[in-house]
Design a protein around this ligand. Structure first.
Ligand code: 1CP
Length: 385
């Protein structure tokens, strides 16, 4: 497949619009993309925006080229994966691209026996049940085990250089990946996972350590190949009590963030339903805290202030994109106001729903870009407090 270049300036706003001339931006180097500056808490000329699951079934051009079968096969084709990553950048003019991959790619790559069923999610052939399963999770050697992913990152780093749109690399956090391995697939209760966590704490902590090493190796390799920021998805951490999270999950995630510190790229930490965990999650050491729609961003800043993350990311309820536009407009402006205009990366509270009208996403990007950050009241209890 031939990659279509990102047309200079078309919808890609990274290099057009109200960007100050080089050298006159008090925020620092005007050449640093607005998404990266927002992640670092620096002043911005507009609030940057991207969407979790921005690639995918909401886009007709995705359905046109994606084909049948498991997305693992798609991820194994660098030109196709790069094209799918670029589609939402071209269409919506978002301020960041997210690599087209999946959180189960590293465990699949070391041969644990994982597939991703269309419309369902990851499915494990032989779920993780006992200490005997640990040897099935050998250390990840990214250049050998996931060469296609790294080739995709390299292609994208080249394609995105001139529009100045950063690429976000990602990995699943140890808990969320462990939940798939132990449950055997998506779960509502995480009962087997919690039973293992409490029934055999030693094995649980060894499992999380192995998965932390894998996430770290994968993320470091993505950054080395050209990713300019990373996100650790602990999507299902919200299923945990604060005590379980703190004692049995947080240490492994903290190790992942600490192991990335020397790279100097913004590190984002995200989970769903994590309102009661935000303070603890901030203690894992990310630069940016991703927040779902249940907690307003100014309140999220208060809950995480002790650890001084440089930015918050979120948090419009993705379901609201199916409501009439005036609702989207009002709610998006409320998110912007709570975000306070600085140290805020606009996003949804979770991934784009497949039934979302892509035109609404494009209009939402325009709206976010049109609101001057200076007009947004400073967030109470912000990071400077
Ligand atoms: O634009 C993008 O974000 C696309 C890249 C991407 C990302 C960031 C994909 C492709 N997957 C992911 C991460 C991912 N995968 C997460 C963390 C983000 C989140 O919370 O949504 C999780 C939990 C998964 C696991 C997974 N893979 C699920 C969830 C299952 C569950 O437990 O409810 C599903 C449905 C998949 C399949 C998948 N991954 C990606 C796509 C485009 C799809 C759907 C493809 C298909 O239906 O065939």
């Amino acid at each position: 497949m031939r990659l279509l270049p990102v047309p200079a300036g078309a919808r890609v706003r990274g290099s057009v619009g109200a960007v100050p001339e080089p050298g006159v931006d008090p925020a620092g180097p005007a050449t640093e993309p607005v998404f990266l500056r927002a992640c670092r808490g620096l002043p911005v000329e507009r609030v940057p925006v991207w969407f979790m699951r921005q690639a995918g079934r909401s886009l007709p051009e995705y359905r046109a080229v994606r084909g049948e079968g498991s997305i693992l096969q798609t991820i194994a084709r660098p030109e196709l994966a790069a094209e799918l990553t670029l589609q939402p950048v071209r269409r919506h003019g978002v301020d960041a691209a997210i690599l087209f991959s999946d959180i189960v790619v590293p465990v699949a790559a070391v041969g644990f026996g994982v597939d991703v069923e269309p419309g369902h999610g990851p499915v494990i052939d032989r779920p993780f049940r006992s200490a005997g399963d640990l040897h099935r999770l050998r250390p990840l050697e990214p250049e050998i085990d996931t060469p296609a992913v790294l080739e995709t990152v390299r292609i994208l780093a080249g394609e995105l250089r001139s529009p100045g749109v950063p690429l976000i690399g990602f990995a699943g956090a140890p808990f969320t990946v462990a939940s798939y391995l132990v449950e055997g697939g998506p779960s509502r209760t995480y009962s087997r996972t919690k039973a293992l966590m409490h029934g055999d704490p030693g094995l649980w902590s060894r499992l999380l350590d192995v998965l932390a090493d894998m996430a770290l190796a994968s993320l470091r390799s993505q950054v080395a190949a050209g990713a300019q920021a990373i996100q650790l998805f602990d999507s299902w951490a919200g299923a945990l009590s604060p005590a379980d999270y703190e004692q049995r999950v947080l240490p492994a995630s903290r190790r992942v963030f600490a192991g990335l510190a020397d790279l100097g790229v913004p590190r984002i930490h995200f989970g769903v339903g994590t309102g009661e965990l935000l303070g603890l999650m901030a203690g894992a050491g990310s630069d940016v805290i991703g927040v779902d729609w249940r907690v307003p961003l100014d309140e999220a800043r208060r809950r995480t202030a002790e650890h001084r993350p440089t930015a918050v990311q979120g948090n419009l309820d993705p379901a609201l994109l199916l409501a009439p536009w005036p609702v989207v407009d009002t709610e998006a402006r409320a998110v912007l106001a709570a975000g306070g205009g600085q140290g805020h990366v606009f996003n949804l509270g979770h991934g784009v729903l497949p039934e979302t009208d892509p035109g609404v996403l494009t209009d939402l990007v325009e709206l976010v870009h049109a609101v001057p950050p200076g007009s947004l009241r400073p967030a109470a209890g912000g990071t400077s407090s």
